[in-house]
Design a protein around this ligand. Structure first.
Ligand SMILES: Nc1nc2c(c(=O)[nH]1)N[C@H]1C(S)=C(S)[C@@H](COP(=O)(O)O)O[C@H]1N2
Ligand SMILES: [Mo]
Length: 504
């Protein structure tokens, strides 16, 4: 074995043992204190906006897996380099490991709500990595031969294998312990009350049940997930409280039990992400059960000038919602239930905000623990310094689900179908056109309310050849969805969705 390879392998083994041990220790110091997660979280909070949008566009809801995989690959490369350098001088290796330790500690300590214990996984990981590197790349005198003999090689490979095995075992044990520490059990034990005001029945014909067309109600499993959390916050409902404070007459603290004891309403609301590109699928419609936010705010009594309600999550994320919107009579909810179940952990268990008509980043705080009344002038929520608008009502949009681009169709009758949305305004009309021809009105399916999307369909007499289908919607105020193509940044994408198909 070449010496360089030996150095690289030793470096990688040392890094593996650091991460494996840290993963295990983080079971006790909090999942977000594990260096990979901490550094990943730091990257999520600080990457430039275009890069983040690129990640969401490319990897969609797998962007977090992509980030962690990328980090591991980068780390392995650096670890190999450090190992190789430590062949020259072991102190290069020690310095390299110390540097990584410092980065891990800095990232873990600067995560929102991190305590001093957050430093422990990185410190222990780096210390053990140093020892491992020292074992595997002993400082040698210049008289030693550069190449190993076969006994050396066997000894080295055995040691490296033992180290790698220990790293994997400790990492897996940490993962296993962490999954046992979730709040799934507590979630299963939650009994949701029956709503005092049940959701209106979904009218027959709301769901056209067309292949490829998104169902009218999105299942919890299929519901898109967007958030900055690299590990899901595990919020125990027994110790959970919601504090409503700031510029209010009566600050309120609610326990989960108190929350469940309040009269509940159930409503269908379609949630949408501002990062959704034209034609994208970061949108879903669910039946939410919760307490009207208006009632809670009325009890708290906002003071003059408190025009913003800042929702804050257990992991320190924030969103800012206009106080007036939450009190204008729309069904803005502090939700505990989603489609008849307690909120899934990834959708905000035990409680989240749901506000019809606003993009998620300004309204839909998951794992919520605080609502602070303040003013827009005084506080910028998470996405605002990152270039997104403070005010973000959902834009009128429409999407063609069937057929899909590049579908091969047969000439004759083809059903074109999709969804359209303009939450809290409602959709008046959807039109389709072929190859830039005249707009033709589609048939709208029924809906529960103006707070959900609506399915539409249109019968096309398709002729042979390549064709472009386009759609646009008109909301209930009469405003036509604009043609101008704009990216999601800073307040939602615009433009008409189109699909290209071949009819044979
Ligand atoms: N705590 C927390 N809540 C959050 C976010 C987040 O990053 N952290 N992202 C928001 C965004 S951008 C959207 S679009 C919605 C998505 O909700 P969902 O994941 O349940 O679909 O959650 C919102 N609530
Ligand atoms: Mo979003």
């Amino acid at each position: 074995m070449r010496n360089g390879v030996r150095g690289a392998l030793a470096g990688i083994a040392a890094a593996a043992v650091a991460l494996g041990l840290a993963e295990f220790v983080a079971v006790f110091t909090g999942a977000r204190s594990a260096p990979l997660v901490a550094v990943g979280g730091f990257v999520v909070d600080h990457v430039p906006e275009p890069l983040k949008q690129f990640a969401i566009d490319t990897f969609g809801t797998h962007d977090k897996t992509a980030l962690l995989t990328g980090t591991v690959v980068l780390l392995a490369a650096f670890a190999a380099l450090i190992g190789w350098l430590s062949l020259r001088n072991i102190w290069y290796g020690v310095a390299g490991i110390a540097l990584f330790g410092v980065i891990g500690v800095a990232a873990a300590l600067t995560r929102p709500d991190a305590g001093a214990e957050a430093a422990v996984p990185s410190v222990l990981g780096a210390a053990v990595a140093g020892v491992v590197l020292w074992r595997l790349v002993p400082p040698r005198s210049s008289a030693e031969p550069a190449e190993m003999d076969s006994a050396d090689r066997r000894r080295f490979l055995t040691q490296a294998a033992v180290v790698a095995g220990a790293a994997a075992a400790s990492g897996l044990a940490g993962r296993w312990l962490a999954t046992r520490r979730t709040v799934s059990e507590a979630r299963r034990a939650v009994r949701l009350p029956a709503p005092a005001s049940p959701a209106p029945a979904v009218p027959a014909g709301s769901d056209l049940e067309i292949t490829q067309l998104a169902p009218y109600v999105t299942s919890n499993r299929a519901f898109y997930r967007i958030d900055t959390a690299l590990v899901l916050p595990q919020v125990d409902p027994d110790s959970w409280t919601l504090k409503i404070h700031g510029r209010v007459r009566n600050p309120i603290t609610l326990t989960f039990e108190q929350l469940l004891a309040r009269p509940m309403v159930e409503r269908y609301v379609t949630l949408a992400c501002v990062s959704n590109e034209v034609g994208g699928d970061l949108i879903g419609n669910a039946r939410w059960l919760g307490v009207p936010l208006k009632d809670l705010l009325d009890e708290a009594g906002p003071l003059d000038g408190a025009d913003q309600v800042v929702g804050r999550s257990a992991d320190g994320w924030t969103c800012g919602t206009p106080t007036a919107v939450l009190r204008d009579g729309r069904d803005a909810l502090l939700a505990v239930g989603m489609n008849g179940e307690p909120l899934p952990i990834q959708h905000g268990f035990p409680a989240r905000m749901v506000v019809p008509g606003l993009y998620g980043y300004v309204s839909a705080c998951k794992w919520i623990v605080e609502m602070e009344l303040t003013s827009f002038a005084d506080f910028d929520a998470y996405w605002i310094p990152r270039g997104w608008s403070q005010q973000a009502p959902i834009k009128t949009q429409s999407r063609i689900d069937a057929p899909r681009s590049r579908n091969n169709l047969t000439a004759g009758a083809v059903t074109v179908a999709g969804v359209a949305w303009a939450q809290h305004r409602g959709i008046r009309k959807v039109e389709v056109r072929v190859d830039g021809g005249p707009w033709q009105e589609a048939t709208l399916a029924r809906t529960v309310s103006i707070d959900t999307w609506v399915q539409w369909s249109w019968r096309w007499d398709a002729t042979r050849g390549m064709h472009r289908l386009q759609v646009r919607a008109t909301d209930a105020t009469g405003a036509v969805q604009p043609e101008e193509e704009r990216p999601p940044d800073p307040d939602g994408a615009t433009g008409w969705h189109s699909v290209d198909v071949e009819v044979g």
